[in-house]
Design a protein. Structure first.
Lengths: 319, 253
């Protein structure tokens, strides 16, 4: 089994009665980048917090690198690095001191050369003697990543690593994630930015209402659920779609100047050529054409909606 | 045993002490010096000896205890409260450390700091009054035991507190009165009989009495009882901390 994290039947009910996770199963493969997507309150942070030992599970088991996170917490946690969502750093300590502290805390002997390398990789070397409170938000985020990497973890959790981060830093982070992957580090990231998942992830999991709605290879997911659209700009507005074309999946824009043709990306025959011929046969002239692939964002919104609808239906049935 | 973690927490906490040197060390030393100037030299010179000890010398153990208790509690409570307040506690909770190691690091640092302070106050006192220490080994034992016990107590307060106000309330409202009424400035034997009995419910009496015995060989209560009470309180604190980590009280959801 090549899974580096395996979550079985994991449930979490908070004291308030809120059920954050409902019998969740998940396997993370060694060396992959796994993106966990989901709306606010879906259970992303709870899941990560349980794996990292910050929140106690109500039921279920988690193995990290083959070690049970409760019975063998030392072995399990030693393999894991966590960059939490909130910017929580010390204030008065220097960058060097806080990163050195983290390494020790995770049971590793001092290794100034390693800390130096991390700080250089994260462009923090010049700031090493600065107090953390004097740093900008983006720099603090880098410090948190440096802390998480200080003990050379095999598994890295990035909980919304680029929330509120400027474009340049986001690019830097993506680069860093790629570098870490090359070194064999398994990375699990949660994000709101679908673009980020699209850019980085090997696999994607969508979580909603404490359940995994879907887990799949990113490419497969995009293909499976990906629709493509052809937008046809017309030379003269139409009032309605001609009878002869009514069999095709076409929609007309309100101003009557654009026809949208939806087709499946997987089909070998897209149907574009016959469509264009038919347009011509019906005397419809067009000025421009453009195709659009549905993004992960569309897929995500679709899935979340679907699971919400399923939930309400189920709720009604049980009621 | 994750020795590296204990060391990391300990050094991190001690760094806080050195960083805030003026506040951490200077202020207790200055305020104790003031006590000596007022009670030791100015008023003390007009006071009669207690148990054959000059008043200035008599109050030294009590004053050290007063500082030791307050400093131990505030160091330890602040040490664990700050990461909870700022959120950096996540790192400690997600680290491969047992609660014994966490407590050893935080409480060890807090106790070290107050022991250093206690010894500094002792040295400062030497500038004002002449005294001797009859049982130096016991003196150090009481010093360390009290520092550790009240650092454990401070740790509990630091976990329990959900605001800076609560952090201050127990030291201010309970510990300081108990210390003042625990025989810092007088011998319990000087009180009327009824109050002598009531006083015996004050745990601080045993600490001060035992500590004073290690200096001058005289005590209000039997030194064995003093030692027993101190250890009892320590065991109690350890029990509460064990419960805190077992249930995750205010630390984990």
């Amino acid at each position: 089994m090549d899974s580096v994290i395996s979550v079985r039947n994991l449930s979490k009910t908070y004291d308030s009665g809120f059920q954050a996770l409902k019998q969740l199963d998940l396997d993370i493969r060694k060396g992959e980048i796994f993106a966990l997507l989901g709306p606010n309150g879906a259970g992303k942070t709870t899941l990560i917090s349980i794996i990292c030992g910050i929140v106690r599970p109500t039921a279920g088991t988690v193995l990290a690198s083959g070690f049970d996170i409760q019975q063998h917490y030392r072995a399990a946690r030693g393999k894991i690095g966590l960059v939490p969502q909130e910017l929580t750093t010390d204030a008065f300590e220097t960058v060097w001191a806080t990163v050195t502290f983290s390494r020790g805390l995770f049971g590793k002997p001092r290794n100034p050369a390693h800390i130096e390398r991390i700080l250089k990789d994260l462009s923090l070397w010049d700031k090493r003697n600065d107090k953390i409170m004097a740093l900008s938000g983006g720099m603090k985020r880098r410090v948190m990543i440096a802390k998480a990497l200080s003990h050379e973890p095999e598994i890295l959790f990035l909980d919304e690593p680029t929330a509120g981060v400027d474009v340049e830093l986001r690019r830097d982070m993506w680069q860093l994630v790629e570098q870490l992957r090359e070194r064999g580090v398994t990375i699990i990231l949660t994000t709101h930015y679908i673009q980020e998942a699209e850019e980085l992830a090997d696999r994607i999991g969508v979580i909603n209402h404490g359940k995994l709605v879907l887990v799949d290879e990113k490419d497969a997911l995009m293909q499976k659920l990906g629709k493509r659209e052809l937008h046809v700009q017309l030379a003269t507005p139409l009032t309605r779609i001609p009878e002869a074309l009514s069999a095709l999946p076409l929609t007309l824009s309100e101003d009557g100047l654009e026809i949208t043709f939806t087709f499946d990306a997987r089909d070998e025959q897209s149907g574009i050529a016959p469509l264009l011929r038919q347009l011509e046969d019906n005397g419809i002239e067009f000025r421009d054409l453009r195709t659009r692939e549905s993004s992960l964002e569309d897929i995500f919104v679709h899935l979340v909606h679907e699971s919400r609808n399923a939930e309400t239906t189920a709720g009604r049935e049980s009621a | 045993m994750n020795i590296h973690a204990i060391r990391a927490i300990y050094l991190f906490e001690m760094a806080r002490t050195w960083r805030t040197l003026l506040q951490s060390i200077a202020s207790p030393v200055i305020s104790t010096s003031l006590y000596f100037v007022v009670f030791g030299s100015a008023i003390g010179s007009r006071m009669v000896e207690i148990d054959g000890i000059s008043y200035g010398a008599f109050i030294i153990p009590g004053l050290i205890m007063l500082m030791l208790l307050n400093e131990s509690i505030s160091n330890a409570s602040f040490g664990i409260y700050m990461p909870r307040f700022s959120g950096t506690i996540y790192e400690v909770l997600s680290a491969p450390v047992s609660y014994v190691e966490i407590v050893t690091g935080y409480v060890g640092a807090a106790a070290s700091k107050s022991i250093i302070l206690g010894l500094l106050i002792l040295a400062t006192a030497r500038l004002f009054v002449d005294f001797h220490i009859a049982h130096p080994v016991w003196m150090v034992t009481f010093l360390v035991l009290t520092a550790v016990t009240f650092s454990l107590f401070g740790f509990i307060i630091g976990v329990w507190a959900d605001g800076f106000e609560k952090l201050q309330i127990i030291p201010m409202m309970i510990v300081t009165p108990l210390t003042f009424l625990g025989g810092t400035f007088y011998s319990v034997n000087m009180l009327p009989p009824v109050w002598q009995t009531i006083t015996l419910f004050n745990p601080v009496v045993y600490l001060i009495s035992g500590f004073r015995w290690s200096f001058y060989g005289v005590a209000d209560v039997n030194v064995g009882i003093s030692l027993g009470m101190t250890v009892l309180f320590m065991v109690l604190c350890v029990g509460v901390i064990h419960w805190i980590f077992k249930t995750g009280y205010r630390l984990k959801n």
